[in-house]
Design a protein around this ligand. Structure first.
Ligand code: GLU
Length: 604
């Protein structure tokens, strides 16, 4: 019999608590957004996941062991943002060697993905982005998360994949208490989740979304983790599970009652078998005497954050009134986004001029077009990486947006430090909240829809055009800031292309504008991605809207333009203070608040 996700009412758990306290059902795990202490730290969006990571550290595991265990637990408790059906980017600082390494675990396009994959063959017209593309086999990329975990553990971990999966397997089997975020994410996805037999069985088992306070178990996922613990990656990339993934992509297991059109994809077993997580050199820029390392393409995170920092380094932000500094942050971000759009794609298929994008001369030339007293008309044009010398030339406005921004805003991020001084900053995703909506039958996890990160319209000149076997351009920006060769800050966030501006704003707030890391993570955010308006959270508009409008900005909230409320990012980070003091920080409010933990609150 296939075992499915089950929901146990909390009332029942409470009864059990009274009857047999020693075997009480799962209780909500307490959480707090900031923790200060020593010996190791884990911070993520979820209390159960952070606790799993902390236990690994406590029992002698290192930061990589703990990061993989935490990520596997997020696959249980945050299955709509992350899991083995998706991909991500892993950044690691090794205290012994002083080296920073990164793994690109991005999903890849199948070999048979045609250039016109986003065109409906029935009509010859582009599919609607939603619902057709986001809920489809077309948008499922070959998952990279498991390959990333294996690669990280083999390179720097001290524990096996089996041991690292064990706590998450137990969590999936024992269950966890459903919080408001989990419940709401299921409800938001009701139509999509009810469109697939296995997804409906997982998340609408009782005919309704798991209730807040109930205990949710995912035995299928526990069994899948068990299988992987026993047999390694083989079943997933070459074995039975591979066949099941391919079948779900090519013939999505839709329910008889759904009216959603679900275009099928082209993934093959060969695509899964040839998947590799790729080691990459990190991006690097100097910033006010610090060294900032990030994720190189296929993500645009490191190059775009890095270019914007190079531009901003030309201004003494700390001496300016905050609104003027924010103006420069928004302008630098627009310029860096223009260049990201023009030049960044998967380096396996596109010649990305990374050195130029991160050159101080290029930044100096880009900075020339910023008027400290007035916002530029946007979109601004990309710079010319083939000819620049750092001198000022008149700037040219761009014709129009290169493409609509269709990156979604759900993903998750975690940060870990251990007693030896190793650090992991890891962002992972299945793209849209709930990914493609397609769960692999009987396996308890959702498949991503990451290929929607390719540009919607095929243009041979676009570095992010669809190509077979290509990785769609990401914005994930796991970032490490070093001072004198030692970690100062590690930070990252979800949020689609707002990841870049979230990380950038946190760095500016922390490094230039006198905020602590927890303050910088909590601060109201704005995002400027080379669009006519700056989009901002309501608190940001309230505080800086007038001052920025006086500088020519069109500042709007998401709510002014879209329906529903919209958070920008859900960051986590760790600051490394004097005397090995760790300040672990997560969101106080966004996405229900995150969970920062440290091993020892007091120095030992
Ligand atoms: N697909 C996005 C990216 O790779 C991440 C998804 C998100 O954060 O919402 O940049």
């Amino acid at each position: 019999m296939r075992r499915l996700g089950t929901v146990v009412p909390l009332a029942l758990a409470t009864t059990l608590l009274v009857a047999a306290p020693a075997h009480a059902g799962p209780q909500p795990t307490p959480k707090r957004p900031t923790a200060v202490g020593y010996g190791g730290a884990v911070t993520s969006v979820d209390a159960d996941a952070s606790r799993v990571g902390l236990r690994v550290l406590r029992s002698g595991g290192n930061a990589v062991d703990a990061a993989v265990a935490t990520a596997a637990a997020l696959g249980v408790t945050e299955p709509f943002s992350a899991g083995i059906g998706g991909g991500g980017y892993f950044v690691y600082y090794d205290a012994r060697t002083g080296r920073i390494s990164t793994i690109d675990g991005r999903e890849t396009a199948p070999a048979a993905m045609p250039h016109d994959a986003f065109i409906d063959p029935a009509t010859g017209e582009p599919y609607n982005f939603s619902p057709e593309l986001v809920t489809s086999g077309v948008s499922v990329g070959v998952p990279g998360t498991l390959a990333t975990w294996q690669r990280a553990l083999r390179s720097w971990g001290t524990r096996s994949l089996a041991r690292s999966l064990a706590p998450a397997e137990a969590l999936a089997r024992r269950g966890f208490v459903v919080d408001r975020t989990f419940h709401d994410q299921v409800v938001q996805n009701e139509r999509r989740f009810k469109a697939f037999v296995p997804t409906r069985a997982l998340y609408y088992a009782g005919g309704h979304a798991p209730r807040v306070g109930s205990v949710f178990r995912n035995r299928d996922l526990a069994d899948t983790y068990d299988l992987l613990a026993d047999r390694g990656l083989r079943p997933f990339y070459r074995g039975r599970l591979a066949g099941e993934i391919v079948r779900a992509v090519r013939r999505p297991p839709t329910t008889a009652s759904t009216t959603l059109p679900v275009p099928p994809g082209t993934m093959s077993r060969r695509d899964l078998a040839r998947y590799r997580a790729v080691d990459r050199a990190p991006t690097h820029v100097g910033y006010r005497g610090l060294d900032v390392y990030g994720m190189a393409p296929s993500s645009s995170g490191g190059s775009t954050v890095g270019e914007a920092l190079n531009i901003l380094e030309r201004y003494d932000l700390g001496s300016l009134p905050r609104a003027e500094a924010l103006h420069l942050y928004l302008e630098a971000s627009a310029l860096a986004f223009a260049d990201r759009g023009a030049y960044v794609g998967d380096p396996a298929q596109v010649d990305v001029p990374l050195d130029d994008l991160l050159s101080d001369d290029f930044a100096a030339e880009r900075a020339c077009s910023i008027d400290p007293a007035h916002a530029a008309d946007k979109p601004v044009a990309a710079g010319d990486v083939s000819s620049y010398d750092g001198s000022c030339a008149p700037s040219t406005p761009a014709a129009a947006d290169r493409a609509t921004d269709t990156e979604n805003v759900e993903t998750t991020n975690l940060t870990v430090a251990d007693r030896w001084g190793n650090v992991v900053e890891y962002t992972l995703t299945i793209e849209q909240t709930g990914g493609s909506g397609i769960a692999v039958p009987g396996r308890g996890f959702l498949l991503n829809n990451e290929l929607t990160d390719f540009s919607a319209v095929y243009d041979p000149a676009d570095p992010n055009r669809i190509e077979p076997l290509k990785r769609p351009r990401s914005s994930m920006a796991p970032t490490l800031v070093m001072r004198d060769g030692r970690p100062l800050l590690a930070v990252g966030s979800p949020g689609g292309s707002t990841i870049i501006t979230t990380v950038l704003q946190i760095l500016v707030d922390r490094l230039d504008l006198a905020m602590t890391l927890p303050e910088a993570i909590a601060a109201a955010r704005a995002t400027q991605r080379n669009t006519a308006a700056d989009l901002a959270e309501p608190a940001f508009v309230e505080e800086y809207g007038d001052a920025l409008r006086a500088l020519g900005h069109d500042v709007r909230t998401y709510e002014d333009i879209f329906t529903g409320t919209h958070e920008i990012g859900a960051a986590t980070g760790i600051e490394f203070g004097p005397g090995r003091l760790l300040t672990a920080a997560a969101e106080p409010d966004r996405r229900g608040g995150g969970s920062a933990t440290v091993l020892h609150p007091k120095r030992r």
